[in-house]
Design a protein around this ligand. Structure first.
Ligand SMILES: [Zn+2]
Length: 549
C-alpha cells in the first residue's frame, strides 16, 4: 500500500476551509459544501444508501477502500480515512473492496458542488476530454492554468484530473470485464486505454488481479456467448423518480427514432460511426438501470455510457438537491410528493436543439408531425430489430443545406435551423461543457438566434446544466402563479434566484406539478398541457411561447 499524502488525509479539513472562504470567493466557492464529516460518520454507521458514492472510506490496516454501504464490518474509526472520491483513495494506494465494489457506486462525489470549475472540468473528463486532449488543454477550456486546475482538484476531490480520468477508465473496463462478453482487447480500447499494456497494468495495480482473473471470479459470459448485444448496469442514487422521467421522455419521443413505454426507453443511436440501438430499463434487483446496446463493435462506448447517464441524469444527487430546494415552501411539498426528481437529458445535443427550435412540445400532434416529416425526409434509414425505429436523426451537414420549408417548416424556423446546423458543422457550437452557464446560453443563443429561455432549455437538456432556467415556459409560470394565471418571465426569474445552483430541477418540479394540477390524472394532464395557449411571443419569432416542458 502506498503512503497517504497529507493532502488526502486532510480532505475534510480542506473541505471545511472551503466553507470558511466561500463568502469571499465569488464564483469558485459559491456553493455550500454538501455534507460534512459528522454526516459521513453517521452515514457509515447507518450504511445509509443515500450517501453511497458521495465519499469512500479507506482502511489503513488492510489497504482496502469501501463504499459506506459495504456489508463487511468496518474497522475502528482511528484506522479509517475518508476520501472524497474513488480516485483519491486509489491515488493513496488503496484498492477497491471486492464485496462492495467501488466501480459500482453511483453518481459523483459530494464535493463537486463546492467548486464550479472542478464541477465543469469533471464533466468534461467524463465526456472523454482527457482521452483526446491533455490537462493543459482542459485547463485552457476552463480559462485557468493547469497548475491551478490540478490544485483545485486535489483540494476538492483529493486527486488530480488525470487520476480521475484513469480511475474512471478502470471502473468502466472492470464493469465490462465482469458483465460483458467483449474480448479484452475491445474492452481496453473502448474504455479509453491507449494500449493493451496500459490496460493490463492499470487493472492489476487497481485490483491486484489480471483482467482474466477478474472475469473468471465474476463468472462473466465468454466472448462467444454474446455476439452483438452488450449489457451494462448503470447505478443511480436513491430516490429516483423513474415514472416522472419516463413520462417526460415518452411525451417527447421522436417518431421513428425513439420508442418509450412506462417501463423502457428505446432508440436508434450512432456509436463510433456505426448505427445501433439501445434499450434502457430499471433493474428490479437494485438501484441501477439495465442498458442493452445492439451495435457492431464497442467503439465509442465510453461516450455512449456518458450520454445514457446524461439522459437519465444518473449523476444527480437527489438528497443534496432536495435539501437545498426544500428551503422554499413552494417546492417543499412537491419534493415530498415526488422524491428523486431528475432533469431528463438527451442522446444528442444537436438533436435536442433542433427539436427545441421547432417549438418541441412533441406533446402536440402538429409538432410531432412536423418532426416526423423532418426525420423521414432528412434522417438516415436504418434496419431495426425494434418495431417502428427506422431512422437516425438528420445530421447537421444535411440540415444546413436542406430545403426545410419543403418539410412544412416556416421560413423563420427554417433560417434558425440552418444557422444552428451550420454553426455545428463549423464547430462554432459544440454540445460539450462550456466554462459557465452564461457562456453556454450565450453560445447557443448567438449560434442560432433564439431567445434566452429556449437557450436555457437547450442548456438544461442538451448540456445537462443543473442551473439552467427556461423562464418563459408557460407550464412553469402557471405553476408558480396558481391555476389559470401566470407570472411574468422576469418574476419567475426573480423567484428562481433562491434555487440556484439547482434551478433546472426546480423547473422540472414545477412543470410536473403544473401538469398534475391541470388534471388529477397524469395521462390526461399531458393533453391539458398541450391545449394551453400561451399569450406571449418570443422576441426572436420562435414563439408562441414554446412548450418545452
Ligand atoms: Zn467494502
Amino acid at each position: 500500500m502506498g503512503s497517504i499524502t497529507s493532502a488526502e488525509m486532510r480532505t475534510f479539513d480542506n473541505h471545511g476551509a472551503a466553507r470558511t472562504t466561500s463568502r469571499n470567493r465569488a464564483r469558485d466557492f459559491e456553493h455550500e459544501p454538501a455534507i460534512d464529516p459528522g454526516i459521513c460518520w453517521q452515514a457509515i454507521y447507518s450504511r445509509d444508501p443515500r450517501f453511497d458514492g458521495r465519499f469512500f472510506m479507506g482502511t489503513t490496516t488492510t489497504g482496502i477502500y469501501c463504499r459506506n454501504i459495504c456489508p463487511v464490518p468496518f474497522a475502528k474509526p482511528k484506522n479509517i480515512v475518508l476520501f472524497a472520491c474513488a480516485a483519491a483513495a486509489e491515488s493513496a494506494g488503496f484498492r477497491p473492496c471486492k464485496r462492495c465494489q467501488a466501480q459500482a457506486a453511483p453518481g459523483t462525489p459530494a464535493w463537486l458542488g463546492t467548486s464550479a470549475v472542478v464541477n465543469r472540468a469533471f464533466r468534461l473528463i467524463l465526456e472523454g476530454a482527457l482521452n483526446e486532449g491533455n490537462v493543459t488543454e482542459l485547463a485552457e477550456r476552463m480559462g485557468i492554468g493547469p497548475r491551478h486546475l490540478r490544485r483545485l482538484f486535489v483540494q476538492h476531490l483529493g486527486a488530480p484530473p488525470l487520476k480521475i480520468a484513469i480511475t474512471r477508465r478502470i471502473h468502466l473496463a472492470r464493469n465490462l470485464i465482469e458483465e460483458s462478453g467483449l474480448r479484452m482487447t475491445q474492452i481496453a480500447f473502448c474504455s479509453g486505454f491507449k494500449s493493451i499494456r496500459d490496460f493490463n497494468h492499470a487493472i492489476r495495480v487497481s485490483t491486484g488481479q489480471t483482467p482474466s482473473e477478474l472475469r473468471r471470479v465474476a463468472g462473466a459470459p465468454q466472448s462467444s456467448a454474446r455476439s452483438s448485444g452488450l449489457e451494462l448496469r448503470l447505478p443511480y442514487r436513491r430516490p429516483f423518480d423513474w415514472s416522472s422521467l419516463i413520462a417526460f421522455l415518452r411525451r417527447r419521443a421522436i417518431p421513428g427514432i425513439e420508442f418509450v413505454t412506462d417501463c423502457s426507453y428505446q432508440r436508434t443511436i450512432e456509436m463510433g460511426g456505426v448505427p445501433g440501438f439501445l434499450t434502457v430499463k430499471p433493474d428490479a434487483t437494485g438501484p441501477r438501470l439495465v442498458v442493452n446496446l445492439e451495435t457492431k463493435g464497442a467503439k465509442g462506448l465510453e461516450q455512449a455510457v456518458e450520454r445514457i447517464r446524461r439522459i437519465f441524469d444518473l449523476g444527480a444527487d437527489p438528497v443534496q438537491i432536495a435539501s437545498h430546494l426544500s428551503r422554499d415552501p413552494r417546492l417543499r411539498h412537491l419534493l415530498k410528493q415526488r422524491p428523486g426528481i431528475r432533469v431528463p437529458g438527451v442522446w444528442d445535443g444537436f438533436e435536442a436543439a433542433v427539436l427545441a427550435v421547432l417549438g418541441q412540445s412533441l406533446t402536440s400532434a402538429g409538432s410531432k408531425q412536423s418532426v416526423a416529416r423532418l426525420v423521414q425526409m432528412f434522417g438516415i434509414s436504418v434496419d431495426s430489430p425494434i418495431h417502428g425505429l427506422k431512422y437516425l436523426f438528420p445530421r447537421p451537414e444535411v440540415l444546413a443545406r436542406a430545403d426545410l420549408p419543403e418539410a412544412g417548416i416556416d421560413n423563420v424556423r427554417a433560417k434558425i435551423l440552418r444557422d444552428l446546423a451550420s454553426s455545428t458543422v463549423r464547430r462554432q457550437l459544440t454540445f460539450s461543457t462550456y466554462p459557465t452557464l452564461e457562456q453556454t446560453v450565450c453560445q447557443v443563443g448567438t449560434a442560432c438566434g433564439i431567445d434566452e429561455s429556449t437557450a436555457n432549455y437547450i442548456a438544461m437538456r442538451a448540456f445537462g446544466e443543473p442551473d439552467a432556467f427556461p423562464s418563459r415556459e408557460p407550464a412553469l409560470r402557471r405553476s408558480l402563479a396558481g391555476l389559470d394565471k401566470t407570472v411574468s418571465p422576469q418574476h419567475a426569474s426573480d423567484l428562481a434566484d433562491q434555487w440556484r445552483p439547482w434551478r433546472a430541477y426546480a423547473a422540472m418540479l414545477l412543470c410536473n406539478e403544473s401538469g398534475r394540477r391541470m388534471s388529477p390524472n397524469d395521462n390526461r394532464a399531458t393533453r391539458s398541457l398541450t391545449s394551453f395557449r400561451a399569450v406571449d411571443r418570443s422576441p426572436f419569432g420562435v414563439g408562441p411561447d414554446t412548450h418545452h416542458l
